[in-house]
Ligand binder design. Sequence first.
Ligand code: SF4
Ligand code: SF4
Length: 107
Amino acid sequence: MHTLRFKKDRAIKISEELFPDELCERCGRCCILHAYKTENGVELIYCEHLDPETKLCKVYKDRFKYGCLTVMEGILAGVFPKDCPYVRNLKNYEEPWFYRLLRDKED
Ligand code: SF4
Ligand code: SF4
């Protein structure tokens, strides 16, 4: 059994090449860290660095120092809603369970 190792700096650069920032629609949904089912629906806990008004990251340039994932890592970890531009054309991508409930609530 081998542990896969890679250089984070290089992974960031490659991820940026593959998945340019401009594709992001700035909905802020991939900054949800936890979701819980409650009697009143789904309760969401967002990353402390997300500005809830603008839906923008307050530490964007330095986000990797705070443990944020690259888009490439986010895809592999399955953090994006399936309608996010970075994954909407990936047929093998599976979104986390709570995004469907959020969409149903909006309808
Ligand atoms: S879910 Fe996709 S479109 Fe929305 S903020 Fe995240 S990367 Fe951007
Ligand atoms: S660090 Fe910024 S981009 Fe990363 S999850 Fe938090 S708010 Fe979102």
